[in-house]
Write a protein that binds this ligand. Sequence first.
Ligand code: SF4
Ligand code: SF4
Length: 267
Amino acid sequence: MLDFLIAFEGGSLNTISEDVAKSPAYAGKRLYEGAICGVAAADDAVIVSLKANKEANLDMTQPEEWLPGAKSVLSFFLPFARWIPEENAGGDWPSDGWLHGRIEGQAFSSQAIAALAGKIREAGYGAVVPSLDPRLKVFMKYAGYPESLFTVNWSERHIAFAAGLGTFGLSRGIITEKGMAGRFMSIVTTLPLVPTPRPYSDLLEYCVKCGACIRNCPPQAITVERLKDHKLCDEYLVAVRKKEEPYYGCGKCQSGVPCASRIPGRG
Ligand code: SF4
Ligand code: SF4
């Protein structure tokens, strides 16, 4: 599966094309370097617990609801090529390279995952990509919960945690063996697969609480005590969108930090 993702369309979509490059120097630059994958059972206790979960501010549509007969959830992490978080380190606004990763990178990962789901269906199994499904919802929830304006009915980061890919950091990103800077996608499938063991027990186990993401965040949305203030983050992203339309993104909490491309303190 990972070979298919990386080789999708001959890898041509995994580069910034000349016609969209923000400057000629970006044309032909690679977006992702490799991919990793984990598996969670469709009825995994972590996933089940995220239904109407006020503490997590989530109301996750369950795998069986996305796809009757679902047996497994595949979670993929596509790490950005190192130059992207390196270029984005420092400063108050996202670098052009990060914006390319966020937009053209997301376009590549969406197309590649949709194609992989098609391959699973060709093999005779059901497969749904929740983040590309019209039933994906972003909606107001739990009025009065101050940290968040909205929630979603599928969280790629929580699915990655459930599928053994990594743990949360203070910035609320997921720290994987390939770091945090990149994109997560998932497939719900009727394919019966062996779940990936979770080599951690704590939500924040891979985070060394170094505070680099706190210092890097332009609107100061991250604190040790309250983790991430989604409202401040969202307002900043709106400001970026106004400045960079049609691009948006930030990633300062994933760039120039020890968890950008690895698990801190583990080689
Ligand atoms: S930058 Fe440091 S504190 Fe922030 S998520 Fe990464 S390891 Fe944790
Ligand atoms: S994405 Fe940007 S604004 Fe949001 S928490 Fe990370 S650094 Fe802060």
